[in-house]
Structure formats: C-alpha cells, structure tokens
Design a protein around this ligand. Structure first.
Ligand code: IPE
Ligand code: IPE
Ligand code: MG
Length: 261
C-alpha cells in the first residue's frame, strides 16, 4: 500500500505535495544523515569533493524549506568521528568546504534568523575551522526561528561517554548525588540539550544504518531511508519524506485506540 502512494506522489508537483501536508502532524525536529555525495560525483566522473560541494545546495534547500514549513530544529550529520579515517586529501577538502560554507553562508543564516550550533569533538577540527564554527555560533546565538545543528567530528558513543563524564563531574563536585542519575539527568548532558529528540530521521543514498549518529536521541524516532543521493535530495524529496512520516503511527510502546481493559 505504501508503495502505491509513493508512486502517486511521484507524479505530484511540489505545490501539490505541500498541500497534502497536515501542519499539525509535521515533525518538530528533523535529523538527516547526508550520505551519497561521493557516489553522486563518481557517477559523473567528477572528484568526490564535487559531490560534497553540490550537497551544500541540498542543505540550503532544506533549511529554507524547514523555515517555510515552521520546522524549528534541523540536525545534520556532516562529518563523523569515523570520517577521520578517510584519505587526508578528502578530509582537508571537506574542512575547506566547511570553512567556505560558514564564511559565505553566515550572513544568510542571520537574515533567515537561524541559530547555528555545532556538536561533536570540535577540538579535533583544524584551528581555522574551529574559528568559523565559534564565530557563526556567537553571531547567531540570539536567533530563534530555527536551530540548525551540524554534527562535526561527531560520534554517538563519544557523546554518551562525554555525558557520563559530565554526570561524574557533577557527582564529584557534590552538585548531584549518584542515586539521582536517571534518563532525564543524562539527557541534560548530551550535546543536543535542550533540543527535543528528533521525530524524523532521513538517511539518503540507500544505506540502511545509523552510522553512530544520535544513538541515544533516536530511541523512538521514525526512520526514513531513501535511495536518492544527498546532492539529488531536494525539495520534492523532502516533502515525500514528510508525507511518509505523516502516515506513520507513533506508538511509543503503547497500544493505540485500544479499549481499556
Ligand atoms: C556523505 O557522503 C558526506 C560525508 C560523509 C562527509 P559520502 O562522502 O559518504 O558519499 P558516499 O557514501 O561515498 O557516496
Ligand atoms: C555517515 O556517512 C556520516 C555522514 C553522513 C557525515 P558515512 O558514509 O561516513 O557512513 P558509512 O561509512 O557508510 O557507515
Ligand atoms: Mg557515505
């Protein structure tokens, strides 16, 4: 059944797809694993970095679409802890692209009232990239139309380890007692605090794995996997993912519409 609706969506224009959205059923927080840039470039006989560069246009589209739809939190996976194992040349090209993006896009983020935040082991980034990350965070700290969180040098397990370390420091300083530790307290030490957990996760490029992204936060997130490569994931594709999300029944372990026993 889902497949039939996907086929009908394919024939609809962007405007028709938007009209099908139910505003009250939109996700509040969308997370994205932007994958497939390298394959997009290889398919065209281009260097991998050309795919990363094209992927920035998809990021720009998604930000403006979130703003139009009133989605207030977007979290995107731009560089994982494991991505440090890529060839040095690709890593430095990616870092260069990050600096270029932040230096050129900062004004537009401010104009769109988007708050920028970076999460991950940022101290591992080159000093110049750290500079642009800090500057963009500071210059957008007062904005609140939407929060754009970019995961850089990010690992989900590392985030949980850092949260545990934070809790331990609080116990040692006497701020909390060890037996007070619960899920809510641990959550306060995650990089993403105070954002709510993502409602929807999109991964492009056909891979159906999480790749160490937001391990804690994704506990009850709806997952949407699409074969579309990230540079090709544009406005229509996002609308189709949102429509797919709206068809899901989020049960959170409960039995819905059941007669109480
Ligand atoms: C995702 O695209 C972007 C990053 C991981 C930085 P990839 O570079 O992983 O592209 P593929 O998966 O090799 O096609
Ligand atoms: C996940 O993509 C990380 C980002 C999109 C930044 P990868 O391409 O690194 O993931 P794997 O290696 O296919 O799991
Ligand atoms: Mg990949």
């Amino acid at each position: 059944m889902a497949h039939h609706s996907a086929l009908t969506f394919d024939q609809l224009s962007e405007r028709e797809l938007t009209a099908k959205l139910e505003p009250e059923l939109l996700p509040k927080h969308v997370a994205v694993i932007m994958d497939g840039n390298g394959r997009w470039a290889e398919l065209r006989g281009l260097p991998r970095i050309a795919g990363h560069r094209e992927g920035i246009n998809s990021v720009r589209d998604m930000i403006s679409q979130c703003l139009e739809l009133g989605i207030q939190a977007l979290t995107i996976y731009a560089f994982s802890q494991e991505n440090w194992n890529r060839p040095t040349q690709e890593i430095s090209a990616l870092m260069g692209l990050l600096e270029h993006y932040l230096s050129t896009e900062r004004a537009s983020l401010i104009e769109q009232q988007v708050r920028f935040r970076a999460i991950g082991r940022l101290e591992l980034l080159p000093e110049s990239a750290q500079h642009w990350v800090r500057t963009t965070e500071q210059d957008t700290a007062h904005l609140d139309k939407m929060v754009l969180t970019v995961a850089l040098s990010y690992g989900g397990r590392a985030e949980i380890v850092d949260a545990v370390r934070g809790l331990l420091a609080d116990v040692q300083s006497g701020t909390i007692e060890a037996d007070q530790i619960d899920e809510a307290l641990l959550q306060q030490h995650l990089y993403t605090h105070p954002l709510p957990d993502p409602d929807l996760l999109i991964r492009t490029s056909g891979e159906t794995r999480i790749s160490n992204f937001l391990l804690w936060q994704l506990a009850y997130t709806e997952l949407c996997f699409t074969p579309t490569l990230w540079p090709d994931f544009r406005r229509r594709e996002f609308l189709m993912a949102l429509l797919e999300y709206q068809k899901r029944e989020r049960r959170f372990g409960r039995v819905l519409s059941a007669v109480p026993s």
